[in-house]
Ligand binder design. Sequence first.
Ligand code: TYD
Length: 242
Amino acid sequence: MAQAQQGDSRLRGGEAMRDGAGTGVFVSFEGADGVGKSTQVEALARRLRDAGVEVVSLREPGGTAISEKIRQLVLSPESSDMCDECELLLFEAARAQLVGQVIRPALRRGAVVLCDRFMDSTYAYQAGGRCMDEDVVRTANRLGSCGVVPQRTLVLDLDPSSALARATATGADRLEAEGVRLQERVRAAYLRLAQLEAQRVRVVDASGTKEKVAARVEAALADVIPALAGQDAEDSRQGGAR
Ligand code: TYD
């Protein structure tokens, strides 16, 4: 029941954004630690910019001076005694600042906004991973995202132990240091969300080469980013170069 309500509130937010926040497209990338989101966000941003699209590429928590300060605080291994409620509210605080200062203005200008993590990370990590009350997380998410909902969310999906090994190869942040059990609960929450909100949230197989994953990412976005649909058509006219 709580999950169904979460879906409803997100849909309302999405509609409000389309009605009032301009002609931009908002896409978020999600997944457990180490699935390769940032590589894919970078590759897609490059491809869209080459096609002449204005792209605003962001990561959460972060993307404004204030949100980056919150990032330092919330992810630092020195914050090991942080309680779950404090963690939740810090992620939401960083998000609210990012929405107001960067995401809304960019969408109003008509940009494509690519965000490496957004509100669904809070659902997956704080409700799924930390087992916090879903109603509490849903309410906090509504506040933190200021009613702005991505048109499409891609969950990059990979076996949690190999993903975590990749993420921690050069050192672990506070959440990564908690190990594979947390990542397994996070993954399960993402897969549940994709079932609940099948139109917005799509699971993308993140195994294989960067190029293969990039092709899957583009296919999963072609209906919401017109430049990709145009590029697909162009590619097939030229003999399916990809
Ligand atoms: P980051 O280094 O950006 O990891 P990744 O490259 O995997 O995105 O660290 C972000 C960490 O914060 C990651 O472990 C997920 C966690 N997180 C939450 O727990 N809740 C949230 O709402 C957000 C945005 C991130």
